[in-house]
Design a protein around this ligand. Structure first.
Ligand code: ATP
Ligand code: MG
Length: 544
């Protein structure tokens, strides 16, 4: 084939080779979440890979809900997963549920029984586990292994009809109890489970196991490449066995890739659900959560997350990516897309003794966006500056405001600090300054060399704000290896009172801003209060 696409990773190499040899003539992938929780960053990786690969080859990608485990699955999760995928901007071709195929899967299981390739086993889960053997020893054959086909058909039908209790009987594939691959030692392919399914209700009381259902559902959807994470590598022989022995026409291929792990966070729905259930976070969408709904609520742009997933690529070996690498992409995106604005926390009052009246000064809405234009900000005699931008005992090379020192107020004037007023608590309450009239930004003729620029908010126009900063949910790598509950950082939200310019107060909820020298923040309104939540700091902590 001539038009083979240049490959970027081992999966594309496999596909190119197959296209060239005519093994496949297109690409059809699927993203296969189990609706037992919300999607997280790891799923974003899988989404980018499945949708991205299909797109690259002019193919399509299905959304496939792997709902074979009714006790943990809910419609709430199905809906949330769809929302998250749309947020990332992916469009699925078809949507399917394993439960839509329950009848077909059942019929294929019956076919296996008729072909002498499956049997009903009365051993308990415990007994099955104990007779499975080890890596060095073969398993022991079940005493029920040689039941007649007629008996197996009758018992399996009875299983389906609700004659047996949970765990009383299972259907096992008759493969090889001496196989070097333990997954091939007569694996269970159906179990009895009297649970109400979120879609099929009480229609079924037997459910196919993942390893059996998944390959058949892939086949019935016409999937060409079934991409999954490395822990399924040892299950691939069973995947292929299921496809071959049920005689389904279409034969998909399973390819495994490495899971994405990110430092300072947990990446498992089970653990994340525990955080929610224990009240350690406000919900699945808590801005500290690595869930897609959490990231969205935090203000992380979908594009930044996709760029991150794209850049880390696909690997064949598991590894852990620095969370600072993700932040790097968020910052990179927002640097070009977020408006600039001023906000101060732990504010200090500034009175400019030699200034009267007010005037407009100009601000770049976003200096990285030529089309964004400028806006006007009112400059007045009474201002607030950030508590961090003034020091009574400045360290050497302190370029912000200090007694007797000069600083530039962003886009306005240079001021000099003449006096400090302390409160009863000994803390700085107010600073008295004078401004240099010839130092106006854009037409500065003052000749004063001033190294620091700080932000400010005009007092008469200022609006109150609550600023929230976040730490990671999990403590640093030195704690890794410990159980996540021991690594939890329970002090991960810090709130500050402050003031913002009126421009920020009128911005839409959800808009993100770069606050000078503070970081990127998302605006929201909670109970009538304006809140600015940290998306990411300005400092790039990523070391290439
Ligand atoms: P979890 O352990 O978080 O529940 P899972 O693998 O059980 O994850 P599924 O709902 O089965 O979650 O996952 C849907 C798809 O996303 C699967 O193909 C799975 O392999 C993939 N996936 C899940 N977690 C990651 C991850 N950390 N990195 C890459 N892909 C992932
Ligand atoms: Mg799972």
């Amino acid at each position: 084939m001539e038009n083979v696409i240049e490959s970027k990773n081992f999966i594309e190499e496999i596909i190119n080779d197959e296209l060239e040899r005519g093994v496949v003539n297109g690409v059809h992938t699927r993203f296969p979440p189990e609706p037992n929780g919300y999607l997280h960053i790891g799923h974003a990786k899988s989404l980018c890979l499945n949708f991205g690969t299909a797109k690259k080859y002019g193919g399509v990608c299905n959304l496939f809900f792997d709902d074979t485990n009714p006790s943990k699955e809910k419609t709430e999760y199905v809906n949330a997963i769809k929302e998250d995928i749309k947020w990332l901007g992916f469009e699925w071709f078809e949507i399917h549920y394993a439960s839509d195929f329950f009848e077909d899967i059942y019929n294929l299981a019956v076919k296996l029984i008729k072909d002498g390739k499956a049997y009903v086993c009365d051993l308990s889960a415990e007994e099955i586990k104990n007779t499975r053997g080890t890596l060095t020893e073969p398993g022991v054959e079940s005493p029920y292994r040689n039941r007649s086909i007629e008996e197996n058909l009758k018992l399996f039908e009875e299983m389906k009809n609700g004659v047996y209790k949970d765990g009383e009987k299972v259907l096992r594939a008759k493969i090889d109890m001496a196989s070097p691959n333990i997954n091939m030692r007569d694996p269970v392919i159906y179990r009895v489970l009297h649970a109400t399914h979120h879609r099929t209700g009480d229609k079924w009381c037997i459910y196919p196991m993942y390893d059996f259902a998944h390959p058949l559902c892939d086949s019935m959807q016409g999937i060409t490449h079934s991409l999954c994470t490395l822990e399924f590598e040892d299950h691939r022989p069973l995947y292929n066995w299921s496809v071959e022995n049920t005689g389904v026409k279409h034969k998909p291929r399973q390819i495994e890739f490495a899971r994405l792990n990110v430092t300072n966070t947990v990446m498992s729905k089970r653990y994340l659900k525990k955080l929610v259930d224990d009240g350690a976070v406000e919900g699945w969408d808590d801005p500290r959560m690595p869930t897609l709904t959490g990231l969205r609520n935090r203000g992380v742009p979908a594009e930044a997350l996709k760029n991150f997933c794209e850049e880390i690529g696909v690997a064949k070996a598991n590894s852990e990516i620095e969370v600072s690498y993700l932040e790097h992409f968020i910052r990179d995106y927002l640097n070009f897309n977020a408006e600039r604005a001023m906000a101060v926390t732990e504010p200090i009052k500034v009175t400019i003794s030699n200034y009267e009246g007010e005037e407009d000064v100009e601000f770049d809405i976003n200096p990285n966006d030529e089309n964004a234009g400028k806006r006007k900000v009112k400059f007045t005699k009474n201002l607030y500056i950030d508590g961090e931008d003034f020091s009574l005992n400045p360290p050497p090379k302190y370029f912000r405001l200090k007694l007797g020192g000069y600083v530039r107020l962003k886009n306005a004037y240079i001021i000099k600090c003449d006096d400090v007023v302390l409160g009863d608590d000994g803390l700085v309450k107010e600073v008295i300054c004078s401004y240099i009239p010839e130092s106006r930004s854009g037409s500065d003729t003052s000749g004063i060399k001033c190294k620091g620029t700080i932000q400010w908010v005009s007092e008469p126009y200022a609006k109150e704000v609550e600023v929230r900063k976040y730490d990671y949910l999990l403590k640093d790598a030195e704690y890794s290896g410990q159980d996540f509950s021991e690594r939890m950082n329970y002090d991960s939200v810090h709130t500050f009172k402050g003031y913002i310019e009126p421009y920020l107060a009128t911005a839409n909820d959800g808009a993100s801003f770069q606050l000078l020298r503070k970081g990127y923040y998302k605006k929201s309104t909670k109970n009538g209060k304006i809140v600015l939540g940290e998306i990411t700091s300005l400092k790039d902590g990523f070391k290439k």
